[in-house]
Design a protein around this ligand. Structure first.
Ligand code: SF4
Ligand code: SF4
Length: 65
């Protein structure tokens, strides 16, 4: 099954992806990226590859592979 993959270095911590994920597979994390933003992490066990995160993210963090 396809899963959401992330490049968290592109993330700006807006958390729009967190609110749209139907499986609650995305959570905010404290870890800060090189741009200084708090980021997110995906629980691949919960992800169903629906692509909602990919559609909503303004910063191209997600690919569905
Ligand atoms: S929508 Fe994109 S930029 Fe916003 S928190 Fe999620 S991954 Fe980061
Ligand atoms: S692909 Fe769908 S289920 Fe997986 S993390 Fe993105 S929004 Fe959530």
């Amino acid at each position: 099954m396809a899963k959401a993959k992330t490049n968290v270095e592109l993330c700006k911590g807006c958390y729009m992806c967190v609110s749209v994920c139907p499986k609650k597979a995305i959570r905010p994390v404290e870890k800060v990226n090189k741009k200084g933003y708090s980021t997110i992490a995906v629980d691949e066990d919960l992800c169903i590859g629906c692509g909602m995160c990919y559609k909503v993210c303004p910063d191209y963090v997600y690919t569905i592979e």
